[in-house]
Design a protein around this ligand. Structure first.
Ligand code: ARG
Length: 424
């Protein structure tokens, strides 16, 4: 394969790097096979220096010292490890909670929320380390390339981008051979390709292997976070989530910092089999794919938040908000985090959530999280009014027939018109 083809001299977009001008690259480094091969490959093919950046968004089971050591051993000039969990939770997950954000009815957007933050940090560290180019490990078929490159192109028009996996045309076998040749440690050897995983504080996704076969029911080895419901405890557990202004602040009466609250909620949910989503998804690049999601924290917090909002909002607010939530979720899914409309929508979400304070109790049992108790000082609810027995006061039952007469007037007129016309 010619070097020209490998490093992709054919450039389509204005922000793609001209190989001749690449001097120092900021590589988004995970420590996995793709980005480790990239680390060597960029040094070789571009004759460029590489600075690595690894971002901690709460993905479980990572050893950042090992990742950093590996990067330096493979020739990185420096390797920065950034713990961005707090910022991720506050500035990305909390707005998603206020927006009850789900894409396609089931995906709580954890990857889509993480990418703009990762790319924003890449821009910061690239500038700080004198890099001219940012490299990432996305393929050409996914949404993540859109999210990362749209962010870089928006925030840093002076920086260029390379996406080696998209251009080098190496299969897994070739990558492993390249790794062996260049002294890159390969975990797991050459057996079948593993699932493609992405995870953070807000969830975990698996793609690839049998997941691509739509008629294949989930093999249990895919579930590394959530206990399959049938193995979950036989005793239900009650969990209480307290919110202030639409954001969770306490769990079972204990106030917790947001990162810890999300982690602890995930742990409890995972134990009870909560948050498994087998999802068919419309990618922004035109493909339809299947993802297996494990989202134990989101599957508890989102329904709890939504319930509290329903209690505090009026019928009109409750009718109107889902349309904007959909729009918010779509923008975020589609990689347009920095689009001003997202900020406009956030302003609306924040305003509505000013009164979303209170506590929701859920029963967790074998894969289900069911709301069973609610309380809020701002509930637009009056048990006396709602009761079937005595009401009076604000509500006059004798007014109901008059209301029904006017409320149904246009529908009745239209019905009559159509039926008279139909009989002629
Ligand atoms: N389908 C999800 C999304 O587009 C998850 C993608 C997971 N990313 C990955 N690199 N495996 O947001």
């Amino acid at each position: 394969m010619s070097a020209e083809r490998q490093i992709g001299t054919v450039r389509t977009a204005s922000y793609e790097a001209d190989p001749a001008e690449v001097v120092r690259v900021l590589l988004l480094y995970s420590g996995g096979l793709d980005t480790s091969v990239m680390l060597k490959w960029i040094q070789d093919q571009y004759d460029a220096e590489v600075v690595c950046l690894t971002v901690n968004l709460g993905q479980p089971g990572e050893d950042y010292e090992v990742i950093e050591g590996k990067a330096l051993k493979l020739g990185a000039l420096e390797c920065h490890v950034v713990d961005a969990r707090e910022e991720f939770a506050r500035e990305y997950i909390c707005p998603a909670i206020r927006a009850n954000a789900l894409y396609g009815g089931g995906y709580p957007l954890f990857t889509a929320l993480g990418r703009p933050l990762i790319a924003k940090l890449a821009v910061e560290y690239a500038r700080r380390s004198g890099c001219d180019t940012i490299a990432h490990g996305c393929t050409g078929k996914g949404n993540d390339q859109v999210r990362i490159e749209a962010t870089v192109a928006t925030l840093a028009p002076e920086l260029k981008v390379i996406a080696p996996v998209r251009s080098w045309e190496m299969g897994r076998e070739e990558e492993i051979a390249y790794a062996r040749e260049h002294g890159i440690p390969v975990k797991g050897g050459t057996e079948a390709a593993p699932y493609s995983i992405d995870d953070n504080l807000w969830g975990r996704s698996s793609e690839g292997r049998w997941i691509e076969d739509l008629s294949h029911a989930p093999d249990e080895d895919v579930f590394q976070l959530v206990t399959p419901p049938r193995h979950a405890p036989d005793e239900p557990q009650l969990v209480e989530v307290e919110f202030e202004r639409g954001v969770p602040v306490a769990l079972d009466g204990e106030r917790l910092p947001i990162v810890e609250l999300l982690e602890r909620t995930a742990e409890i949910g995972a134990r009870h089999g909560i948050g498994i989503v087998d999802h068919i998804e419309d990618r922004i690049v035109g493909l339809k794919v299947r993802d297996i999601y494990e989202v134990p924290a989101a599957a508890i917090i989102l329904p709890a938040h939504q319930e509290l909002e329903r209690l505090v909002g009026t019928i009109h607010q409750n009718q109107f908000k889902p349309g904007l939530e959909n729009q918010w979720s779509f923008l975020v899914y589609a990689g347009l985090w920095w689009e001003p409309l997202r900020g406009d929508l956030d302003a609306f979400m924040e305003r509505v959530n000013e009164r979303v304070t209170g506590t929701i109790g859920l029963e967790l049992y074998k894969g289900h999280a069911r709301v069973i108790t609610r309380s809020s000082p701002n509930a637009v609810y009056d048990a006396a009014l709602a009761s079937f027995s005595e009401s009076g006061g604000l509500f006059s039952q004798t007014a109901s027939p008059g209301f029904i007469e006017l409320w149904s007037l246009q529908s009745r007129m239209a019905w009559r018109l159509r039926n008279e016309q139909g009989s002629r």
